[in-house]
Ligand binder design. Structure first.
Ligand code: AMP
Length: 215
């Protein structure tokens, strides 16, 4: 099962990807997490990506595409995967389609988590992440058991640099300009399912499962 998660930053792609991973035992691959790990480790890729990310812009396609295509060759992807945050532009989607086609392969589902911008801005204001393992929380909707401390690894829970309100605004603009056209792209390929992200975690997971089990 090969799945793409589409939707604005903060719509919940990462949270749902994690649920699908647990339910269907396929890895979730988040390009945002890959970049954050590289920034933390001080790699060349991390150094190149940081400036774009901090400004709320996309990292250039040429730094993203090969990285993802290589990652998909790894053993854990042989039964499928969920791509969270990739593709984010039409050239990225085309590169992915082409790379998979060469292996006589293709994406099975593109899930769009649909949410109004206002709801996203509100949600992002409360989003927090573990600085150590990247687990995601929300101060109201998904609080950690102990305030400020990650349930999974005991790390500190912080506001992500690019979740600051002015950067969120920029990221939403970038989403509408560069990423939203992918909805039409995957619709034309007959792969798109729209999930109403305003329904809450449990209902969204149920809706996603219904889609994935419909084929
Ligand atoms: P995310 O965690 O998915 O919200 O990604 C955080 C940031 O990483 C984005 O705002 C971009 O700057 C960068 N990024 C992640 N995935 C991509 C991608 N597929 N293409 C370009 N930039 C990306």
């Amino acid at each position: 099962m090969k799945i793409i998660m589409l939707g604005a930053p903060g719509a919940g792609k990462g949270t749902y990807a994690k649920q699908i991973t647990q339910k269907y035992d396929i890895p979730a691959i988040s390009t945002g997490d890959i970049f954050r790990e590289n920034i933390k480790a001080g790699t060349e890729l991390g150094k190149k990506a940081k400036g774009y990310m901090d400004a709320g812009n996309l990292v250039p396609d040429e730094l993203v595409c090969d990285l993802v295509v290589d990652r998909l060759q790894q053993e854990d992807c042989k039964n499928g995967y969920i791509l969270d945050g990739f593709p984010r532009t039409i050239p990225q989607a085309e590169a992915l389609t082409e790379a998979l086609k060469k292996q006589d392969d293709g994406i099975d589902f593109a899930l769009e988590i649909n949410m109004a911008d206002e709801a996203i801005v509100e949600r992002m204001a409360g989003r927090r992440v573990c600085e150590k393992c990247g687990a995601t929380y929300h101060i109201v909707n998904i609080p950690p058991k102990k305030e400020g401390i990650c349930d999974e690894c005991g790390g500190n829970i912080i506001l992500r640099d690019d979740d600051a309100p002015e950067t969120v605004k920029k990221r939403l603009e970038v989403y509408h300009e560069q990423t939203a056209p992918l909805i039409e792209y995957y619709k034309n390929l007959g792969l798109l399912s729209v999930i109403d992200g305003s329904k809450g975690l449990e209902q969204c997971v149920a809706d996603i499962s219904a889609v994935l089990e419909s084929k």
